[in-house]
Design a protein around this ligand. Structure first.
Ligand SMILES: Cc1cc2nc3c(=O)[nH]c(=O)nc-3n(C[C@H](O)[C@H](O)[C@H](O)COP(=O)(O)O)c2cc1C
Length: 153
């Protein structure tokens, strides 16, 4: 089984979470390609069994680059394949699901008839630049361990 983890970041926090997820999936025996969104040259569902996407939350939604990337995820190719979505955001927004990049990514992928495997992960950062709050990397690893279990079901 092989998946692709795609993330955007300005200050590195979302990259750290993407790396934690990708490393943990690998430790669970799952092959993963990890890409900054700008480095994805070509995306084919033939190469991957699942998709994980992460974005910083900006103005209550995903980054422009991630929005552009979602346009490359063609429903007819990716339909029924599993996905997970995560974001980084500030704690005061965590209860507001309509202000979460990950929730918006998930809604778009569900619209493409992809299979939403786990509720989104919202990793908490301090302010705009971070750092991540204490324990968030471990929470991302735990999320990836649960993801691995679901993927192997
Ligand atoms: C222009 C801008 C808008 C932001 N808007 C939000 C927001 O609507 N909600 C939120 O929780 N955090 C918001 N933030 C904080 C970001 O979520 C934070 O910068 C991001 O998680 C850091 O991730 P990164 O290091 O991967 O870039 C905003 C940050 C910037 C720079």
């Amino acid at each position: 089984m092989k998946g692709i983890v795609v993330f955007d970041t300005s200050y590195g926090n979302t990259r750290t979470i993407a790396e934690a997820i990708s490393e943990t999936l690998k430790e669970s025996g799952i092959e993963v390609d990890l890409f900054h969104v700008k480095d994805v040259k070509r995306l084919s569902a033939k190469d991957y069994n699942f998709l994980v996407i992460g974005s910083p939350t900006r103005f209550g939604t995903m980054s422009f680059a991630i929005r552009g990337f979602l346009g490359k995820v063609k429903g007819e190719e990716w339909m029924n394949k599993p996905f997970a979505a995560f974001d980084t955001e500030n704690p005061e927004n965590v209860e507001k699901s309509e202000w979460s990049a990950a929730e918006k990514i998930a809604a778009k992928l569900r619209d493409k008839r992809m299979n939403h495997l786990l509720p989104v992960l919202k990793a908490l950062v301090f302010g705009q630049k971070g750092p991540l709050q204490e324990g968030e990397i471990e929470r991302a690893k735990e999320y990836a361990r649960r993801l691995a279990v679901e993927l192997k079901r």
